[in-house]
Design a protein around this ligand. Structure first.
Ligand SMILES: Nc1ncnc2c1ncn2[C@@H]1O[C@H](COP(=O)(O)OP(=O)(O)OP(=O)(O)O)[C@@H](O)[C@H]1O
Length: 314
């Protein structure tokens, strides 16, 4: 009875904003000071990513993508705002909790293939290492289960035949697939990758994206990939664009089936509406209509109209 009552209370309690999301960033700010100059890399960024999502972050060079990813990875701390990943508050963690967070909650893949792996260990040893570092005392696996987990990851990522090779004996694409297995070794709920295909040709990049989809689908991880690669657009369900340290627009893609059973991809662009009602309109739309500075807005029955300033010049 007691349990039933508690469950009913929990169900009735209002859910905090994004309570069941994997990643929630709220008015995130990161200011760097270098040689007396301040750079606002993130300027009040808002982003919610649901559990199980596969998301690409795109944006011009310097827009703040890497800064955001480094914060989500627990390698850097924001100046202001809040960021929560898998229920962990990234601003409140102690040094010890941060270390554990990086080992168990997020997996990370760098662009530089060599940076992801230890050169003197074989692929299988590299994959086993995060499990050994975690140790049994913090809930890690025993030796036998570790071996089984290495085999499971190698099979899922189709790198079983590379187990005994060292990174120097692997191609860039093979190294990145091993890196994905390393990042997933402790079964983190979230996998982050910064330009993971930046050093690869487009065919190999396609194979790597397939690996991310496998991790997302079969291992259940929420995957966030920062990329410049225009090919990514067709590879993920959700692409979020970052502009000047804020999320500006996003494209959602879903497969729809018509009455004849024909499948097609439905693609739609959205812009983010922040708490104060600000939106960043797509640059290409503004340029197409020559809109700048002041625009006219009108409320229609089910939408809002934005037009070039009709009083300009008066
Ligand atoms: N450690 C730092 N010290 C000073 N400024 C920094 C630092 N890291 C990033 N910045 C600045 O913050 C801004 C955002 O950089 P960031 O690396 O996040 O952009 P990005 O979108 O990842 O770019 P790219 O696609 O070129 O990697 C840039 O103006 C950059 O110069």
């Amino acid at each position: 009875m007691q349990e039933l009552r508690q469950r009913a209370l929990a169900a009735a309690a209002p859910k905090a904003h994004g309570a069941d999301a994997a990643i929630v960033c709220d008015r995130l700010v990161r200011i760097f000071s270098a040689e007396g100059v301040e750079v606002q890399a993130l300027q009040g960024l808002e982003l919610t990513i649901q559990q199980g999502d596969l998301v690409a972050l795109v944006g011009a060079s310097g827009s703040g993508k890497s800064t955001l990813l480094t914060i989500l990875a627990g390698l850097d701390v924001p100046t202001a705002g809040t960021a929560t990943v898998a229920g962990r508050d990234l601003l409140e963690m102690s040094a010890k909790e941060r270390l554990r967070y990086r080992r168990e909650v997020v997996g990370f893949i760098w662009q530089q293939t060599a940076r992801n792996l230890l050169p003197f260990l074989t692929a299988a040893e590299n994959i086993a290492l995060p499990m050994q570092l975690r140790g049994r005392r913090s809930g890690g696996l025993g030796a036998k289960q570790q071996t089984a987990r290495v085999a499971e990851l190698m099979e899922a990522l189709e790198i079983g035949d590379l187990a005994r090779r060292k990174p120097g004996e692997l191609s860039g694409g093979q190294q990145q697939r091993v890196a994905i297995a390393v990042a997933m070794a402790n079964n983190p709920p979230v996998l982050l990758a910064d330009e993971p295909t930046g050093e690869l040709d487009s065919e190999t990049a396609g194979v790597i994206f397939e690996s991310f989809r496998t991790v997302n689908r079969e291992l259940g991880a929420t995957v966030v990939i920062v990329t410049h690669d225009p090919m990514v657009a067709g590879e993920v369900r959700r692409t979020v664009a970052i502009r000047d340290g804020r999320t500006s627009s996003e494209v959602l893609r879903r497969t729809v089936t018509d009455e004849h059973g024909e499948e097609s991809i439905n693609e739609r662009e959205y812009v983010m509406l922040d708490r104060t009602g600000r939106v960043q309109l797509p640059v290409k739309f503004l340029e197409a209509l020559g809109m700048e500075h002041r625009v006219a807005v009108d409320l229609a029955a089910d939408h809002i109209e934005v037009r070039p300033d009709d009083l300009a010049g008066h």
